[in-house]
Design a protein. Sequence first.
Lengths: 277, 211
Amino acid sequence: MSIWERFDRIDARWIYLFMALALILPVLRPIGMPMSVNPQLTQPFYDWIEKELPPNSLVIMDAAYSGGSAAECDPQMAANFRHLMKKGHKVVLIAQWELGARLSKNVVDAVAREVGAVYGRDYVVAGWRAGGTPWMRSLQDDFWAGMTGVDIDGTSLGEFPLMQRLKAIKPDQVAGIIIYSAGSPGISTYTQFFPEFPLYVGNVAVQVPGNMPLLQARQVLGMLSGLRGAAEYEKLIGEPGRATKLMDAQSVAHMLIIILIVLGNIGYIVKNRQKSA
Amino acid sequence: MRREVPIFIATVVALYAFVWQVSHHAWNTGWLTQTDLWRTFMVQVAVFLGAINLTRLHANNIRRRREHWIFSVICIVVLWSYMALGMLGNGLFTSGGNNLPTYRWIHDAMLVPIDSAIFSLLAFFIASAAYRAFRVRTREATAMLVVAVIIMLSNVPVGEVIWSKFPTLGQWILKFPNAAGMRGIQIGVFLGTFAATLRLFLGLERKYLGA
């Protein structure tokens, strides 16, 4: 068997080894490749917070993801939250996914410590409640009742000055919604039941193609696409963080996959020619 | 009556579900808000029934010593002990159980890393699967391969280093051919669902009656 034919059947264990190296080495020795900002996905998201939100706006954030997608959604949320706090806006965090509630609290608490945001005054993490879409819709009518009157840690919402501004998710109280979504329930809750709110989305990359029609129809006004979207947002706010650091690893991993595809096809073509000869 | 009553109930429920789906605002529909509370309660009941059903299933595995029955033991122990810790940890029904440091530690130090680790294995499986699947066997497969490579390169900085137009090209593919295809799929799914619902409304669909 020639070397070209061997490319047709590379042992999976070699592929796993190369992939591990492709992911680990760039994290240890960053390359720092240049990166542009997507003008249709990331830039409108940034412009909304930077230029369009009225001062002291209240924004709802929804953590509809779990640990498996935290690598993509956590940096997105951290960058957005940092930007919102720096601009003096307020955030109330809810979660359509149970695991997202605690994950998102860890993310925003860490950023809040860095930017000096105060829990209860600048942001509140209300958390997750069982009930699915009916529960989400009940928040339109009475947010406090829907949340059983307490935040994620069981503290009464009455103790937080910020919550005096939010009695229900209605347009006169909420300036917009940002959802970090890894699946269902997720974006469709808002496109269906909250259509009058400006909706921005932090997506896992694999969901982006499926959600492009929503962006085209302007049901979604801006979108962060996976880790790349988070890195672009970090670039826009001038605070490179975890996503920026991991972009080199993603670059090398994608290149490895492309090289493997090319090698596999060379092996496949050579083998077929020898067969037909 | 054995047929008419179930058909009547199914039609009323289908009508309710339809009105519920197209009524966007709870604040405009007071009576729907009330039924939202009922539905929320029923979701909790469904979760509880799910837990009981899961327990029965795994208890059966243990009783019959089926293959890997030890995992069924772990499943039942984790399910009920974690639930009990959350519900009773700070005293019976005080609703503060998930504030317990132990409860949170199990979540932060076990559940999240396990979830992340399982998902991160995808990076390895996708690399191996892409290597095996993306072959120029047919024209359609070749088109898919080319598009996949463009999208991969448009999503990472190295693509821009190779050719500055990769992000624009990738965005164009997502925005037009992809969005058009996705719309077609979504409209097809909607029409199929609508047809199925209509059959239920009109009493043409009777399989749920055992017909």
